[in-house]
Design a protein. Structure first.
Length: 545
């Protein structure tokens, strides 16, 4: 996978590792923690030393005192019965005295915003809360080296800022060395001292964020995400504008001249299509030791057929809980849900699956077949699709999502991002009229995110109803025609992306943040176009009046 990769990281450094999906970033994390090749197989050539230890001759258990590894998927490391037990487990393994364990437990829960959830089982947490718990369990042990594999995937803006502040405290107070594998370019641009870009098994770029993100076209060619301001200023320079490279909104707001044109965004027409989904006064609570924990409270909305709707909200706001009501995985404890006119409480999941294609937040909750080809074919066979048509649709899905080279590979051994694509391809092959995608771009690089976005646009154009759950507000601005906002289990806003993005105080109250392009336009008092994309925003400056 790697071809003569060489690098050295100084103690106390903040290093971000970027690269395409399937490019070996997680493999490098496993090497540093001595999990590879000891527990993964494979051949390690050359020498890898971490804190003076040769990883090839150090058992993973011994290396764990030097390297704290946060896995890309929290399911890979959460196994205790409560949040408190999960964090205390590693501390007990260090033989710390009980009072020190209690002190560290209380401090780290406060640091990651999980106070009050000490007795909650990890599997009852939202995906973002599980991610924060996995981070907390490792950070509480205070290893001298931290390797975090996509720690921001599925986190809301508050969660991302919490992680950034916590990492900074660990570095300044304890001198911790941090290697962050991440796709969130905006975070990397603000946090990292040094950025490494690995692609095709080689180290392609190595420098400060400003030095690395100056190579916008090279990064885009390798599918590596770049900050929106860097991409925007690169496009404007290509159009002949004399503007400097900008990484942050504050820079771009100062550096860019007045736009050449400002067009009032059109008001989209109201949809009059019949309903695809009707949600009426739905409430739902999870049971925790016989005590109900409210997740949804009196939620009501209707999704017309053919509408593209984004469902957003902070971690734990109830988004996935609401989505699971649409295919019958959960039944409303109060209220009712109708899908294409059918009451969900009266039908099994197998019936609703013909109408609702669900892409889970965690692909491992969906994958089980021995090969990628069989995974994609499974749903079609259950629907009674003929063998010839099944083969045709499977081949089409493999080609569309770039999975043909993995057709006969077990999906479980693929990287997280590729496993995510397998689940999307499996639903794509079934052609459901309604799509529910729960954080579908987590773990995907810019190339695969663009592919997935193009497929969602095509589905929308063909009349499919789409409910997209995401923390990627740039994706919301580029794709959605309507946004629903959940906060503490309640529906607090039902609006357009354009109108949502200008409500900065309300967004902060709900734990959300407008994408950088929207914040730039707000700083220049320019109404955002619809859709909100690099092309539509660049056109404001680049188009001759």
């Amino acid at each position: 996978m790697y071809q003569g990769l060489s690098l050295q990281v100084e103690p106390g450094a903040r290093v971000a590792l970027l690269g395409p999906t399937g490019g070996g970033k997680t493999t490098l994390a496993y090497i540093l923690a001595a999990l590879a090749p000891h527990m993964t197989g494979g051949t390690l050539q050359g020498v890898a030393r971490v804190n003076g230890r040769d990883v090839a001759h150090t058992p993973p258990a011994h290396m764990s005192t030097d390297v704290g590894l946060v896995f890309q998927s929290p399911d890979q490391q959460l196994f205790n019965m409560t949040v408190a037990d999960e964090i205390a487990f590693g501390l007990e393994g260090l033989a710390l005295p009980p009072d020190e364990i209690e002190r560290r437990l209380a401090a780290i829960l406060a640091d990651v915003g999980l106070q009050g959830l000490e007795e909650r089982p990890p599997w009852q947490l939202s995906g973002g809360q599980q991610k924060r718990l996995a981070i907390a369990a490792v950070l509480a042990m205070r290893p001298p080296i931290l390797v975090l594999d996509e720690p921001l995937g599925g986190l809301d803006p508050v969660g991302r800022r919490t992680v950034m502040a916590l990492l900074e405290r660990l570095r300044t107070r304890h001198g911790v060395t941090i290697l962050l594998i991440e796709q969130h370019a905006e975070f990397v641009a603000r946090w990292a001292d040094r950025v490494l870009v690995v692609a095709d098994g080689r180290l392609r770029l190595d420098g400060t964020p400003r030095e690395v993100f100056a190579h916008v076209h090279l990064l885009e060619a390798h599918g590596v995400p770049v900050p929106q301001m860097a991409a925007l200023t690169a496009r404007l320079r290509a159009h002949g504008l004399d503007v400097p490279l900008c990484l942050h909104v504050e820079e771009a707001a100062q550096a860019l001249p007045a736009p050449r044109r400002v067009v009032a965004p059109p008001v989209p027409p109201a949809r009059t299509a019949p309903p695809a989904v009707e949600i009426e006064h739905v409430s739902f609570a999870y049971e925790q030791e016989t005590v109900p924990v409210p997740a949804l409270q009196e939620v009501s909305c209707t999704l017309p057929q053919g509408q593209f709707v984004a469902l957003v909200g902070a971690n734990g706001s109830g988004k996935s809980t609401l989505a699971r009501h649409l295919n019958g995985l959960l039944k409303p404890q109060q209220g009712r849900v109708r899908v294409m006119g059918h009451e969900t409480h009266a039908h099994p999941v197998s019936f609703l699956a013909r109408m609702v294609g669900y892409v889970f937040q965690n692909p491992d909750h969906q994958i089980f077949a021995p090969t990628v080809r069989e995974e994609i074919a499974f749903g079609l066979r259950n629907l009674g699709v003929s063998a010839s048509e099944t083969a045709r649709r499977v081949d089409d899905a493999l080609q569309r999502f770039g999975l043909h080279v993995y057709a006969d590979v077990p999906p479980a051994v693929l990287g997280y991002g590729l496993r995510r694509l397998v689940t999307v391809a499996a639903v794509w092959a079934m052609r459901p009229p309604i799509w529910v995608l729960d954080e579908p771009t987590t773990g995907l690089d810019a190339h695969y995110t663009a592919i997935l976005a193009d497929h969602m646009r095509r589905l929308h154009a063909e009349g499919h109803t789409i409910l997209l759950i995401t923390h990627d507000m740039a994706l919301v601005g580029a794709l959605a025609e309507r946004v629903l906002v959940l906060h503490a289990g309640r529906l607090v806003a039902d609006t357009t992306p354009r109108d949502l993005f200008i409500q900065h105080e309300r967004l902060a109250e709900w734990g959300l943040e407008a994408p950088p392009l929207a914040r730039l336009l707000a700083a220049r008092r320019i109404p955002p176009p619809s859709p909100l994309t690099l092309d539509t925003v660049a056109a404001l400056w680049a188009t001759t009046p």
